[in-house]
Design a protein around this ligand. Structure first.
Ligand code: KG4
Ligand code: ZN
Length: 361
C-alpha cells in the first residue's frame, strides 16, 4: 500500500509518500516540508491569508518533489491522505482542494485526516508503539493529554485553557527582544541564566486534574520585565537570561506535574507496556524533554519522542494516519469539507478559541 499525504493547516506546506508492507511495517519514501517563516517574519505571527496563498502555490511543487524523491508516479499510489482540519481554514481548504483535484484526476481514494490525529499517531510510525498509549501534544498551537485507544479513538484527559506552551515561548521571546521562533532562542538564553532569581507562578497546580494554563505566567514575566526596566532603564543581559531560565523552569514544573497526573489516570487502564509519547515543536526543548522522561521513568512508563522532523508539522504523519484509519473506515467522497475546528475527543472538546496558529482543539 503506497500513499501520498498532504499537509497545509498552518505555516508549513508538506507532502510525503509512505509505503506499508505486508508485515505491517511502514517506510517513509519521502517527506518534503516547505516552511513559510520568512513570509510571516515581518508580522510577528502567521498571517492566514498569506499562508493560504503560499500553500496554494507550493502544494503542487511539494507533491512533485515528494513523488520524485520516492521514485514514484501517480500510478504507483493506492490512496491520498490530506489534512482536512483543524487549522487555519484557508490553508486547510488549499490542501483539501489539491487532494480532491488529484483524486478526481487519478481515481485514487481520498482520506481526510485530523491534523491532531496525525501528531497523535506518529509514535506508531516511528516506534511501533502499541495501543493504548498516553500522548502529550505540545506545540505552538496545541497542548493536550490524550489516551490514544485506536486510529480514531482519542480520550482527552486535559489541556491548556488559554495559551499553548510554544505560543508562550514565542511571546516571551518578543517581550525580552529575542528572535522568533521563540522556543529555541529562549531555551538558549535560559542556559546562561539562574531560574530561581525571579519568583514566577506555576498556574493551575493547585487545581486537580490535567488542565494547564500559561497566560498568567506570561503576564508575570511581562510585569517582572517592566519592573527590571524601570529600575535599570533597560533589560540587563543577565536579568534577561535569568528571566528566560525562570520562565522555562516554570513551564517544566507545570508540564512535569500535569504529566504525572495524566500518567496516573492512564495507569488505571493497566496497559501492558505503559508508554508516554510526546509530539509538537516544544518537545525539542531539552529541559522539557528531560523532565518528561524522568516523570515517565518514575511512574514506570517508557518515554517515546519521535525524531523532531516528525514531531513538528509534516505530511508523513498525515499519510500514516490515513493508512491507520483506512482499515476501519471507507474513503471520503468529494463532499469532504475543510474544518477549522475538529476536536479529537468529541465528548471532551477543548474550552478554547482560535489562536495565532489556528484552532487549538
Ligand atoms: O509543532 P510546531 O513546529 O508547529 C505548531 O505549532 O504546530 O511547533 C512550533 C512551536 C513554536 O511555538 C516554537 O517556539 C516551539 O514550538 N519550539 C520550542 C522549541 N523549539 C520549537 N519551544 C521550546 N523550546 C524549544 N527548543
Ligand atoms: Zn501541528
Amino acid at each position: 500500500m503506497t500513499i501520498l499525504g498532504l499537509e497545509s493547516s498552518c505555516d508549513d506546506t508538506a507532502a510525503a509518500v509512505l509505503r506499508r508492507h505486508e508485515d505491517g511495517k511502514t517506510d517513509i519514501l519521502s517527506s518534503v516540508v516547505k516552511g513559510q517563516t520568512a513570509l510571516h517574519a515581518d508580522f510577528g505571527g502567521v498571517v492566514p491569508e498569506i499562508a493560504a496563498r503560499a500553500h496554494a502555490e507550493l502544494l503542487d511543487h511539494c507533491v512533485e518533489e515528494a513523488l520524485t524523491r520516492a521514485k514514484c508516479e501517480f500510478s504507483d499510489l493506492d490512496a491520498i491522505g490530506v489534512t482536512s482540519g483543524p487549522g487555519l481554514i484557508g490553508g486547510v481548504v488549499s490542501g483539501v482542494m489539491c487532494a480532491k483535484g488529484l483524486s478526481a484526476a487519478t481515481g485514487l481514494p481520498l482520506y481526510g485526516v485530523n491534523h491532531l490525529a496525525g501528531h497523535a499517531l506518529t509514535p506508531r510510525l516511528t516506534d511501533d508503539v502499541a495501543y493504548p498509549y498516553l500522548m502529550l501534544l505540545v506545540s505552538g498551537g496545541h497542548c493536550q493529554f490524550l489516551i490514544v485507544h485506536g486510529p480514531e479513538r482519542f480520550e482527552r484527559l486535559g489541556g491548556t485553557i488559554d495559551d499553548a506552551p510554544g505560543e508562550a515561548f514565542d511571546k516571551i521571546a518578543r517581550l525580552v527582544g529575542l528572535p522568533q521562533p521563540g522556543g529555541p532562542s529562549v531555551e538558549q538564553e535560559a542556559r546562561r541564566g539562574t531560574s530561581g532569581r525571579f519568583s514566577l507562578p506555576r498556574p493551575l497546580l493547585d487545581r486537580a486534574g490535567c488542565d494547564l494554563s500559561f497566560s498568567g505566567l506570561k503576564t508575570a514575566v511581562l510585569r517582572t520585565r517592566d519592573a527590571i526596566v524601570s529600575e535599570h532603564g533597560g533589560l540587563p543581559q543577565q536579568a534577561r537570561a535569568d528571566l528566560c531560565a525562570g520562565f522555562q523552569q516554570a513551564v517544566v514544573d507545570v508540564l512535569a506535574e500535569k504529566t504525572k497526573r495524566a500518567l496516573e489516570a492512564y495507569g488505571a487502564l493497566s496497559p501492558a507496556q505503559p508508554t508516554l509519547c510526546v509530539a509538537g515543536g516544544v518537545a525539542a526543548n531539552k529541559a522539557i524533554r528531560a523532565a518528561l522522561e524522568t516523570v515517565s521513568l518514575q511512574n514506570g512508563a517508557q518515554f517515546v519522542a519521535p525524531p523532531l522532523a516528525l514531531c513538528t508539522d509534516n505530511a508523513a504523519m498525515i499519510a500514516f494516519a490515513a493508512l491507520e484509519q483506512m482499515a476501519t473506515r471507507p474513503a471520503d467522497g468529494f463532499d469532504l469539507s475543510a474544518r477549522p475546528r475538529w476536536p479529537l475527543d468529541q465528548t471532551s472538546p477543548a474550552m478554547l478559541g482560535s489562536g495565532k496558529k489556528g484552532a487549538k482543539a
